[in-house]
Write a protein that binds this ligand. Structure first.
Ligand code: HEM
Ligand code: 2DC
Length: 469
């Protein structure tokens, strides 16, 4: 017989006490490890209440499939309250990230065509390739200047710039110039604001932002300042394109970027376009750059694997004869490496959905409207889901069978990551260029773990050494 909702194991009776314990465990930075531990304590399903958030947590791919099948026509995930609170505070429209219901769907349908449709890749790939080439040229220059035929550095700043340059070129059809020695201080400020925005979100996750706002707390003020900086910069970029578009009428001869395409399409209001394009710009920096940093770190640990990937890239380059889209079809191991990075170091600790209908998971009844979380970090490291989970093994993704609901780093279904195609192409092209030019090495004794700052980040700087081939 099916067991009732109230029989699900876990601590869900006293939300305030649980929040206190969570805080004592430094839960804000350890959320991912606490979730993994909870699955070890309670098994593959547990119920939890922290502060005012109540959820059911699952870890199995088969259960994830049940949840996503019940997500309904307007899938909804956990609201990041500080983000919506900022928009309310400043009277700003939400983009697709924070919209819900029909408003979300009608915007998302239009954005899908311009941002995530595979057809757009032929527009994006040449642009992203250009930035990849510039990144490599910049590293060569740094190596020359070092006078040691190598460059040892924490690449994160460079990767943030690479990611922002890439996503901006796709969105606006214009270069920001971040691969140069002297960059626009406003662009650097934008990057810093995104980091601050994520950092100040997690301590506010479980406390009503309205309360923090009333008491004028420091985190809330920093959070507002961060979003202000993000929107100021995004608005400037958007205004700039908007003005240009009104000046020169007529069809552009080359692909003008996502923003101009959306403006010319004229299917969304300008305010809606601005809101979603700003989100795309902000969402396109830390996510891909950190994933690339983790990938280089993993490849530095395994020189043999690195050579294998290099060989695949060389063969793909030769076979595709200058056709980049063809080349991207011939690098399954590189794609496996990115999946492997996101398995061990997912950007998002969990995926969440408010289910639209009743479901049965692990023989427990879960009523419609419940917030269900898939522990993405925990799943990636569960030996029942991935054999030898501690091993970084891109080849495990080559067999096409047995991936059922296991590759979920970008989410799932109509509410999945809107930037997915951009992120994937950007990261693949980056790795291609890096593998074609440099060997990556790391300091011998250095174990890096994840820390939760809304997204998962390395808990210490990762020092890598790049040597020309
Ligand atoms: C949503 C992951 C890069 C923009 C999401 C979600 C995840 C995710 C897990 C939630 C999906 C769901 O609930 O099913 C990632 C990862 C990235 C990445 C792992 C890179 C490694 C990007 C980039 C952009 C972006 C580059 C912008 C260009 C967005 C937006 C949403 C989203 C706008 C909200 C979509 C909606 O609610 O309709 N992302 N993301 N992401 N992401 Fe990403
Ligand atoms: C954080 O408990 C932990 O892609 C919470 O590009 C649940 C939660 C809800 C939504 C998730 C968030 C977590 C992590 C960061 C995500 C976000 C949805 C989109 C966002 C995964 C798991 C992200 C990074 C976007 C951010 C775009 C923004 C900067 C405009």
């Amino acid at each position: 017989v099916v067991k009732s909702f109230n029989e699900i194991p876990g601590l869900w009776k006293n939300g305030v006490a649980n929040l206190y314990n969570f805080w004592k465990l430094d839960g804000f930075r350890n959320l991912h490890r606490i979730m993994s531990q909870n699955f070890k304590t309670y098994g593959p399903i547990y119920r939890e209440k922290i502060g005012y958030y109540e959820s059911v947590n699952i870890i199995n791919p088969e259960d994830a499939a049940i949840v996503f099948r019940a997500e309904g026509h307007y899938p909804r995930r956990l609201q990041v309250e500080p983000w919506t609170a900022y928009r309310e505070y400043r009277n700003r429209k939400c983009g697709v990230l924070l919209k819900n219901g029909e408003d979300w769907r009608s915007n998302r349908v239009v954005l899908n065509k311009e941002v995530i449709s595979p057809k757009m890749l032929e527009n994006f790939v040449p642009l992203l390739d250009e930035v990849g080439q510039d990144f490599v040229a910049r590293v060569h220059k740094k190596i020359k200047r070092s006078g040691q035929n190598k460059w040892t550095t924490d690449l994160s700043e460079e990767l943030f710039k690479y990611a922002l340059e890439s996503v901006s070129l796709v969105l606006y059809g214009e270069r920001l110039g971040l691969m140069l020695d002297y960059i626009d201080p406003e662009a650097q400020r934008f990057i810093d604001c995104i980091t601050l925005m994520f950092k100040t979100t997690s301590p506010m996750l479980y406390i009503p932002p309205g309360l923090l706002r009333r008491i004028g707390s420091k985190v809330w003020r920093d959070h507002v300042e961060a979003w202000d900086g993000i929107f100021n910069q995004a608005d400037r970029c958007i205004q700039n394109i908007y003005r240009q578009l009104r000046q020169d009428s007529g069809m552009p001869e080359k692909y003008p970027g996502v923003l101009a395409s959306l403006l010319m399409l004229d299917k969304l209001s300008i305010e809606d376009i601005k809101a979603s394009v700003a989100e795309l710009m902000a969402g396109g920096v830390d996510t891909t750059s950190i994933t690339l940093l983790w990938t280089l770190y993993e490849l530095a640990k395994q020189p043999n694997l690195q050579e294998e990937l290099r060989a695949e890239v060389a063969a793909a380059r030769a076979e595709s004869q200058g056709d980049l889209l063809e080349m991207l079809k011939r690098i399954p191991l590189v794609k496996g490496a990115l999946k492997e990075t996101l398995r061990l170091h997912p950007v998002a600790v969990s995926l969440q959905r408010y289910i639209a209908e009743d479901i049965i998971v692990q023989n427990y009844h879960i009523p419609a409207g419940t917030l269900v979380q898939l522990g993405l970090y925990a799943m990636g490291r569960d030996p029942k889901v991935f054999a030898r989970p501690e091993q970084y093994q891109p080849s495990r993704w080559l067999k096409t069978e047995a991936h059922y609901f296991r590759s979920l780093a970008f989410g799932f279904g109509p509410r999945q990551c809107l930037g997915r195609r951009i992120a994937e192409a950007e990261m693949q092209l980056f790795l291609i260029h890096m593998l074609e030019n440099f060997r990556v090495e790391k300091q011998r004794h250095m174990e890096v773990q994840s820390t939760f700052e809304l997204i998962l980040l390395p808990d210490k700087p990762i020092l890598l050494t790049l040597k020309p081939l």
